[in-house]
Ligand binder design. Structure first.
Ligand SMILES: [Zn+2]
Ligand SMILES: [Zn+2]
Length: 263
């Protein structure tokens, strides 16, 4: 559009037309100019009103249809015979018209530019706000991740603690199971030797050293206190109790005595 001014071409002043003028143009006393289409359309009715500034154009020479590239003959004759001051006056008015148009166009361009800049600033503002809120969301999420990681670490720690304790309990259970089995075997052997009772449902296999049960006997449940016999052993399972229990009974020689005393 600025290019068109460099091209020395005016634009139609009809709202939103902005057609590059060539051939014939309609010029007004209020310093506006229109393309042939809009000029002939607007100025055919009377009273004529300028579509650009709403000035009433009632004078005989308020509206002139001008050929923009006049012929050599016309240029040779149009100002011929006029005094130099008149020629210069006419030229000065024509130049004033031109510079007004150029000025108007520059104002229009500056206005468009400032509007575009305002829109750009608004968009930048919106984008900055969006970025800020996303940044906030992101940092909130990061905080969440950190706290979740902490929770996870806590769970891991608890898990390893619990599994360590479980392994410890398992070891204790295995020891007690062994103890229980050997005690059961001992009692059985003692029972068979002392009394002349009918054969015990369990049978001691000397080759393997284990008691084969005729009816599968429930092995003592871990920490179970339901069975009176079991509870006697497993009541010792409290951490300290178990320790002293094992310290007390670890020598194989004492084991039997320790328990037989309890009977
Ligand atoms: Zn036009
Ligand atoms: Zn006007």
């Amino acid at each position: 559009m600025t290019m068109s001014l460099c091209d020395d071409t005016l634009l139609c002043n009809f709202p939103k037309c902005r057609t590059k003028l060539n051939g014939f143009a309609w010029v007004t006393a209020c310093s506006h100019v229109f393309c042939d289409q809009h000029g002939s359309g607007e100025f055919s009715r009377s009273p004529a009103i300028c579509p650009a500034c709403s000035s009433a154009l009632s004078g005989k020479l308020d509206i002139v249809r001008t050929e923009l590239s006049p012929s050599e003959d016309y240029k040779a004759m149009v100002l011929a015979g006029l005094r130099p001051d008149v020629v210069l006056d006419i030229s000065a008015r024509a130049l004033a018209f031109w510079s007004y148009q150029v000025h108007q166009e520059r104002m229009y361009q500056e206005y468009s530019l400032s509007r575009a800049e305002a829109q750009l600033k608004q968009m930048e503002k919106v984008l900055t706000q969006q970025n800020q809120s996303r940044e906030l969301e992101l940092s909130a999420m990061r905080g969440e991740i950190v706290s979740l990681k902490k929770v996870m670490e806590e769970y891991k720690r608890k898990y390893s603690e619990v599994s360590e304790r479980l392994m410890e309990r398992n070891r204790q259970y295995q020891k007690l199971q062994g103890l229980y089995d050997s005690l059961r075997l001992r009692n059985m052997v003692v029972g068979v030797g002392d009394r002349d009772t009918p054969p015990h449902p369990g049978h001691y296999d000397f080759s393997t050293g284990v008691v084969r049960q005729a009816t599968p006997q429930k092995s003592p449940q871990f920490l179970s206190v339901n069975h009176a016999g079991d509870s006697r052993f497993f009541s010792c399972l409290e951490a300290d109790g178990a320790k002293t229990f094992f310290q007390f009974s670890s020598p194989t020689r004492d084991k039997g005595r320790a328990f037989t005393k309890k009977h």
